[in-house]
Design a protein around this ligand. Structure first.
Ligand SMILES: *Cc1c(COP(=O)(O)O)cnc(C)c1O
Length: 360
């Protein structure tokens, strides 16, 4: 089998151009006589890689100068602890629970202080985003936390919550770089890169400088302090060097595609093809409230578990892989990140049409 259309939620599809470039540079990066995996993270060649990656990310997202970009490890899940450890100066924070990742972050925060669940969509299996225009924000909250794109359930915030002046912290793991964002509206934007940017092992944290302080929870390990990494430009210890190198290549690829505005347009077109089909299909249906649909993760069902399983099996055989829904929700899910080409989504819809004819 050649390359497949990979609809995995993460680790996920990467641009083929990037993989080819990395392959060509594998044995001898830029005349250094070695692979990026083999070089010192303190070398001149590597310094240039990480600095260029940061510059390109800043260009793509128009990151203001008073924000730091950190390349960290530990997955997005480690941020569930790092955020309260570093930001809960008054021991309290507000959480909006719109899915499993937000719930995990909320539960983790309870270990470090008072975490308030100020809104949730769990009553209808996280199939929508609650109204966040006038929430009971806690007076002492150090921040308001959201998960902006809910990877498992396929919902996305259209409007950011009114935090009533509190710092907004957002997990953007599964929508990172999928569309333009106004960084200045956030205190922290972070995500694991293995969904929409690069290989697993790198977490990018974009954080406003005034939030980076020594005033952290007692006992916070050195490695879990933002200040440690900010002061050292993400080179306090050995960073996930190869992963950052691939991220850098993806940033260049995104620039060559016209940046995040162009990506948004492309992603909207791709998602529309799939959602339009789901809205007219007699067999398949989307599981999410229309106004809250994600451009990146598209869950759908037939309503019959056996038929769902048959679909997953036959689509796999047709080279459309990883369409099985998350183990906690069942059904199907197509993740159509930046690197999923339009042709992949068209092939999926054609396959769904055929399956519908054969199975109705
Ligand atoms: C995948 C995911 C996570 C967890 O990421 P890890 O890097 O595996 O810890 C957290 N939040 C969101 C939105 C995700 O999609």
């Amino acid at each position: 089998m050649g390359r497949v259309y990979n609809f995995s939620a993460g680790p996920a599809v990467l641009p083929e151009e990037v993989l080819k470039e990395a392959a060509a540079e594998m044995l001898n990066y830029n005349g250094t006589g070695m692979s990026v995996m083999e070089m010192s993270h303190r070398s001149k060649a590597y310094k240039e890689i990480i600095e260029t990656a940061e510059t390109d990310l800043r260009d793509l997202m128009h990151i203001p100068d008073n924000y730091k970009v950190l390349f960290l490890q530990g997955g997005a899940s480690q941020q569930f602890a790092m955020i309260p450890m570093n930001l809960m100066k008054h021991g309290e924070a507000d959480y909006i629970v719109t899915g499993q990742w937000a719930k995990k972050a909320y539960q983790e925060a309870q270990k470090y202080g008072k975490a308030n669940k100020i809104a949730s969509s769990e009553d209808r299996t996280f199939s929508y985003i609650p109204d966040v225009s006038d929430l009971p924000i806690s007076e002492n909250a150090d921040y308001v936390y959201i998960c902006e794109n809910n990877t498992i359930y396929g919902t996305k915030y259209r409007e950011l919550p009114d935090t009533k002046g509190k710092v907004l912290v957002s997990d953007v793991s599964s929508c990172f770089l999928s569309e333009p964002v106004d960084v200045s509206r956030y205190g922290v934007i972070y995500g694991g890169v293995q969904k929409n940017i690069g290989p697993a092992g790198v977490v990018i944290v974009i954080i406003r400088e005034d939030l980076i302080t020594d005033d952290v929870l007692d006992g916070t390990p050195t490695m879990l302090k933002y200040k440690t990494h900010a002061d050292a430009d993400s080179l306090y210890n050995t960073p996930p060097a190869y992963g950052i190198y691939i991220c850098g290549k993806v940033f260049k690829w995104l620039k060559s595609k016209g940046g995040l505005g162009a990506m948004k347009e492309y992603n909207e077109k791709k998602a529309k093809i799939l959602y339009d089909f789901l809205d007219t299909s007699r067999l398949f249906k989307g599981t999410v409230e229309k106004k809250d649909r994600s451009l990146m993760n598209v869950p759908f069902v037939t309503g019959d578990e056996e038929l769902d399983a048959k679909f997953v099996k036959e689509s796999q055989e047709a080279g459309l892989v990883n369409l099985k829904g998350h183990r906690t929700v069942g059904g199907m899910r197509a993740s159509i990140y930046n690197a999923m080409p339009m042709e992949g989504v068209k092939a999926l819809v054609e396959f769904m049409k055929k399956f519908e004819e054969e199975n109705l």
